[in-house]
Design a protein around this ligand. Structure first.
Ligand code: GLU
Length: 482
């Protein structure tokens, strides 16, 4: 590979088509471009590629932009942040494409093709049958102006093709190294449905140059488009840009990442209780690694560390357990106050003071914010559980019928104003000659939480307060007696 020159005046972009939700693949491309820009003091742009009017939807554009904002991958130019390279939606750039299509016609690099779908299909089958890579036959490549005019007058449907002369084309991919292509194998490809409706390769090639993009970093699935975009840019007399193609993201079953493997939209991870910090760290490692043991990187740290040369060439695997691991880490990093705010939506109307205490108790056990609902619901409403759960497996129901009322009596003696976990524990020590710890703490835990696993019963008692604790213990005693 050629020596890597530190890039200057970096301008990169993410160019999503709003034809679907903001999925993990697009998020990864966005993050890598953003980091590349930050690392070299450059500019990161969002360009919405909405030329396909049938499939583009405003709600998808909104999902993409909100997802980027949530991750903290903020763009310097793009929708809502006008700069001098706009407009930033392809649907608003029609005049630019038209002008450049005309330029290609004038240079003899574009022509109208009137072939029918059937003709194209049968030629393709013929090529495949002969063991050749399919490409356009070139049938309409030599139509005269008069012939074109006649066909247009007759209303014969057409598309616009690019004349791709056969030659060797090579470019140095930032990630994959030198790539060589025989453009003769590509053939004359379509660049527009008509003069008003450009297709992806053409619009992207024109925009990348017009918007002064310096590096195109995107998924490997676009690698076959790159020679076409280079040819178009060359034909228009534009200088070439640098390209880098990131490896694919696969599901754990090694199939291409899809809905089956994760959420449809990045924002769905927010709904599921993931933190943006976790997602950013996780996504950064999908196809990249700074080297070394360290795995925890905040967005700010990644901005300093990111080095595109360390991007992998082999495919990345999406592993949700790894995401959970990052998430649990970032949850533990939060202050109790921050975490209580993040958990508040799971307990609408809950007392803020109690929520803070609950969060402090449960923090270590949370993998996702949403786990708080399942883990800590009992703090905010009376728990439901089968009476048998009150019986410790190493003892008997009869024994519980003795221990729990004794526990209740002992706890009544603790003063309301000093009702702390330590005070509760000390009160129970007085019963140590009559009951084992299991005989006291097991039924107390279940009475208070309805659960086998929970924070310690004395801690729960402190959060609930004396009255509520006694109420729950009474309820449990009644269950045992019933
Ligand atoms: N609109 C294309 C996509 O969403 C952009 C590809 C590119 O970055 O050029 O996949």
């Amino acid at each position: 590979m050629e020596a890597f020159a530190v890039p200057k005046n970096v301008r990169v972009r993410i160019a999503p088509s709003p034809t679907g939700f903001f999925h993990v693949g697009t998020a990864r491309t966005a993050l890598f471009n953003y980091l590349f820009a930050k690392r070299y003091g450059g500019m990161f742009m969002v360009r919405i590629e909405d030329t396909d009017v049938q499939r583009s939807e405003k709600r998808f554009e909104e999902d993409i932009l909100s997802g980027l904002r949530w991750l903290g991958v903020v763009w310097d130019e793009g929708p809502g942040k006008e700069g001098n390279a706009g407009p930033y939606r392809q649907s608003e750039r029609g005049a630019i494409y038209k002008e450049h299509l005309r330029m290609l016609f004038e240079k003899g690099k574009a022509y109208y093709c009137f072939c029918t779908r059937e003709e194209l299909e049968s030629h393709k089958n013929y090529m495949l049958g002969s063991g050749l890579a399919p490409k356009y036959s070139g049938k309409c490549a030599r139509l005269t102006d008069a012939e074109v005019a006649q066909k247009q007058k007759e209303g014969i449907p057409s598309v616009i093709r690019f004349r791709a002369d056969a030659r060797r084309l090579s470019f140095t991919d930032l990630i994959k190294g030198k790539i060589e292509v025989d453009t003769g194998l590509i053939g004359d490809f379509t660049i527009a449905k008509n003069i008003e409706e450009p297709l992806y390769n053409f619009a992207a090639a024109v925009d990348d140059v017009h918007m002064r993009i310096t590096h195109v970093i995107r998924g490997e699935d676009h690698i076959s488009n790159t020679p076409k975009q280079i040819l178009i840019a060359e034909a228009l007399g534009f200088a070439s840009l640098a390209y880098g193609h990131l490896p694919l993201i696969l599901g754990p079953d090694k199939a291409k990442m899809s809905k089956r493997h994760g959420a449809t939209s990045i924002l769905e991870y927010r709904e599921r209780g993931y933190l943006p910090e976790a997602l950013v760290n996780f996504i950064a490692f999908l196809g990249w690694n700074p080297g070394g043991e360290r795995e925890m990187f905040s967005l700010g740290e990644l901005e300093k560390e990111f080095d595109i040369r360390k991007a992998h060439t082999s495919n990345a695997v999406f592993n949700i357990q790894k995401l959970d691991w990052f998430n649990a880490h970032y949850i533990r990093q939060k202050s109790t106050e921050e975490l209580a705010d993040l958990c508040a939506p799971y307990f609408p109307g809950a007392d803020a003071g109690r929520l803070k205490k609950v969060v402090a108790l449960e923090k270590e056990r949370l993998k996702k914010l949403s786990d708080i609902g399942e883990l800590a619901g009992f703090f905010f409403s009376l728990p439901e559980y089968p009476p048998d759960l009150l019986v410790w497996s190493k003892s008997t129901k009869e024994k519980m019928k003795e221990s729990l009322p004794a526990v209740s009596e002992a706890l009544k003696s603790v003063s309301e104003s000093e009702f702390t976990a330590v005070a509760v524990k000390n009160a129970l020590v007085t019963l140590a000659s009559r009951f084992t710890n299991g005989e006291m703490y097991w039924p107390l835990r279940v009475a208070l939480s309805g659960k086998e696993f929970s924070p310690g019963p004395t801690e729960i008692a402190e959060v609930l307060g004396k009255d509520e604790m006694l109420l729950r213990v009474q309820r449990a005693i009644a269950k045992l007696e019933a």
